[in-house]
Write a protein that binds this ligand. Structure first.
Ligand SMILES: Cc1ncc(COP(=O)(O)O)c(C=O)c1O
Length: 375
């Protein structure tokens, strides 16, 4: 009798038979990044970019790099950047890994830690990319709704998922959990705890979970150069974790995951922390104006510790506001999900951009209220 396996080569020759992706990829909706319009003069307050340019030292370093060795591969383990980051954030170089944006580091962590069917726990609403990366692995998202004040849900402490993720400050709320709470979480979860600190530089305090890495071998902290360092276009992120965690992450990354220009830019940015801090202070001041202005217009706004604010009017969808602002040349982020459609997320731009946003929002609100009264 012929075994079933003998039929396989013949099946493989049927055109298209072997070309289907994995079932979970076919079923996946995919992550939708915020709109990136090309070459327009829209006011862009939708993707939490920094409105100010990076340090002139960054631009000089990139120019120098362009003029030198682009024909050669970059350093596969980003030694210079890693050592500088270790010195800047007071850890050992073995505790640091550089990635092609913190998105790549998140993806690497999922590939390292999440098998098919594994649970990954995180509070919601939060950065929606987590769900996509977990689904790519065939993992399961175990979500814990935030309470109204956006403190860490207590049930997150008592679950036993393979991985737990905390975005801190959280996106889109902008709220920040104190370090003591993160230490408590790292102590109570049984698996890996990822703390995504993409926005932490904008917080009023300079607390960071990086300080806890030495104490908790199950903790990984992610940082990015995309926000406070004004380098979203360069795609650089950093992971801080126990030596063993970093060693495993390095096995999974692309061989040359950061290009020479990105490496040069990120190192130069770390050499000019003052520039970053100055930009952050400007954004913190404008954030205050934005929060005050939106509250004056009747919005509920959480006390943001990030470079964006989340504004809610009442329970109704704010699509009309998003669309109206877009027609008037201002992009903000609207998430069309049941939990988030009554909110808009606004990036803190330059003062004049924020003034334009407040002015146009007020005018759209007046029109909306008149229409509501008439109907
Ligand atoms: C919470 C959060 N984490 C990570 C990222 C990704 O940052 P990067 O540009 O470093 O990939 C973003 C980007 O908007 C974010 O909002």
């Amino acid at each position: 009798m012929r075994s079933k396996l003998q039929w396989l080569p013949r099946l493989a020759r049927i055109p298209g038979m072997q070309s289907r992706p994995r079932k979970n990829i076919e079923d996946l909706e995919g992550y939708t990044p915020g709109e990136q319009p090309e070459g327009t003069d829209l006011i862009k307050l939708n993707t939490n970019e920094n409105p100010y340019p990076p340090s002139p030292r960054v631009l000089a370093a990139v120019r120098r790099e362009t003029a030198s060795s682009l024909r050669l591969y970059p350093d596969p383990v980003a030694r210079e950047l890693r050592d500088l980051a270790a010195a800047t954030y007071r850890v050992r170089p073995e505790n640091v890994m550089a990635g092609n944006g913190s998105d790549e580091l998140l993806s690497i962590l999922m590939r390292c830690y999440v098998d098919e069917g594994d649970c990954v726990a995180y509070p919601v609403p939060t950065y929606t990319l987590y769900e996509t990366l977990i689904a790519i692995q065939g993992g399961r998202s175990l979500v814990f709704p935030y309470p109204d004040d956006f403190t860490i849900p207590s049930a997150l402490h008592s679950q036993s998922s393979r991985v737990t993720i905390l975005c801190n400050p959280n996106a889109p709320s902008g709220t920040l959990a104190p370090l003591s709470e993160i230490a408590r979480l790292a102590r109570s979860v049984s698996g890996l705890l990822i703390v995504d600190e993409a926005y932490v530089d904008f917080a009023d305090s300079d607390e960071s979970a990086i300080a806890l890495v030495k104490q908790f071998p199950n903790l990984v902290v992610l940082r990015t150069f995309s926000k406070a360092f004004s380098l979203a276009g360069m795609r650089v992120g950093l992971a801080f974790g126990a030596e063993e965690v970093v060693r495993n992450m390095v096995k999974v990354k692309d061989s040359y995951n950061l290009c020479r220009l990105s490496l040069a830019a990120a190192s130069a940015a770390l050499h000019d922390m003052d520039w970053m801090r100055r930009n952050v202070r400007r954004i913190q001041r404008t954030r205050e104006t934005l929060v005050r202005g939106l509250r004056k217009l009747g919005f509920m706004v959480h006390a943001s510790q990030a470079n964006f604010v989340m504004a809610q009017l009442n329970g109704d969808s704010l699509r009309w506001l998003h669309d109206g602002l877009r027609e008037r040349g201002i992009l903000v982020r609207f998430f069309d999900t049941p939990e988030l459609r009554s909110m808009i997320r606004v990036t803190v731009g330059r003062p004049r951009e924020v003034q334009a946003l407040l002015r146009e929002t007020e005018s759209l609100l007046q029109g909306h209220r008149l229409r509501q009264r008439a109907s």
